[in-house]
Design a protein around this ligand. Structure first.
Ligand SMILES: Nc1ncnc2c1ncn2[C@@H]1O[C@@H]2COP(=O)(O)O[C@H]2[C@H]1O
Length: 296
């Protein structure tokens, strides 16, 4: 039985300002979605309607189907769609780490960059969006949905932070990584901590998919990763998971490749490099804007 329905509103990792990271996720047969990052919102909803991913009007998807935003980190390409559409939007929770929420508060919803439509920060706070700060080691219900979330902090160009979200519906999970570099380059153990936490779920076949970024091809020098992964580094990191969860345990695992930078032939090159280095037998999924898919 399929567990989650995903509608990508934006999939690219830079440059293409109408198609930046944003993924609507809900349990199959539910219209109560979370939006994981929100780089592009309305452009993605339009594409989704063209592709018949939804059978309601665009404003219903924005205002009613998206119940909450989960923001992995406050870079513009992960928040601009949410900020721009906040005026037309309905009351919602915005979930993130303290680092992320403090940045939203001081740098975006501050009346200078944008009116403060949130419940905290620069006066007057218009109280449409409510910040929900997430700490590690606690699972929190995502209000108005059937899902809950646990977070893991990530390193995104040390010392800057990003977040991974482990979303649960019943016994099934999906894991979403915001932008992140490999532990070895970031001088960090953040990814390893995530792998340790989810290895039992992989073993038990409870993990429906992992959203993980690959921004650059293998040609990108390690000193210019800027907190991102390449095909080689993605496979190295997933090998760390495989070592914990057991040989062969990642075979057929859905890995959704996010955040490819669209420069030159980067995207086709990344796809080719991943395909030729897939000894783990991952089921690689390359999401397309506005095209729904299911994970089980
Ligand atoms: N030191 C740097 N020099 C040049 N470009 C950078 C540097 N750090 C970050 N960037 C770029 O800025 C981008 C910000 O968004 P990204 O993290 O997706 O990808 C980043 C890189 O493309």
């Amino acid at each position: 039985q399929n567990s989650f329905r995903v509608v990508p509103l934006g999939v690219r990792g830079g440059g293409d300002d109408g198609n930046l990271s944003a993924y609507m996720v809900a349990p199959v047969n539910s219209n109560a979605y979370v939006c994981l990052d929100a780089g592009t919102v309305t452009n993605g909803i339009s594409k989704a309607l063209t592709n018949k991913a939804f059978s309601v009007a665009a404003d219903v998807v924005l205002r009613k189907y998206i119940k909450a935003y989960l923001i992995s980190h406050p870079h513009l390409d992960h928040v601009s769609g949410m900020v721009i559409n906040s005026v037309e939007d309905t009351a919602k929770n915005v979930y993130g780490t303290e680092y992320c929420i403090e940045t939203l508060k001081s740098h975006y919803f501050n009346w200078k960059s944008w009116p403060n439509l949130t419940n905290e920060g620069a006066s007057p706070a218009l109280k449409k969006y409510s910040y929900k700060m997430l700490g590690e080691d606690q699972e929190v219900d995502i209000e108005q949905t059937e899902m809950s979330v646990k977070i893991f902090k990530l390193s995104h160009s040390n010392p800057y932070e990003s977040t991974a979200f482990l979303i649960r519906k019943g016994e099934k999970y999906v894991l979403y990584f915001g932008d992140t570099g490999p532990d070895e380059i970031e001088k960090s153990d953040k990814m390893q901590q995530v792998w340790k936490a989810v290895a039992p779920l992989v073993k038990a076949k409870q993990l429906a998919g992992i959203f993980l970024e690959v921004s650059y091809t293998n040609k990108q020098p390690d000193r210019q990763l800027y907190g991102h992964l390449t095909p080689k580094w993605l496979m190295k990191e997933l090998n760390v998971l495989s070592e914990i969860s057991g040989a062969g345990s990642l075979k057929g695992l859905n890995v959704i490749i996010t955040h490819m930078k669209p420069t030159a032939d980067n995207e086709s090159q990344i796809k080719a490099e991943l395909a030729s280095d897939n000894a783990l037998g991952l089921n690689l999924i390359f999401p397309e804007q506005g095209k729904a898919f299911e994970l089980k």
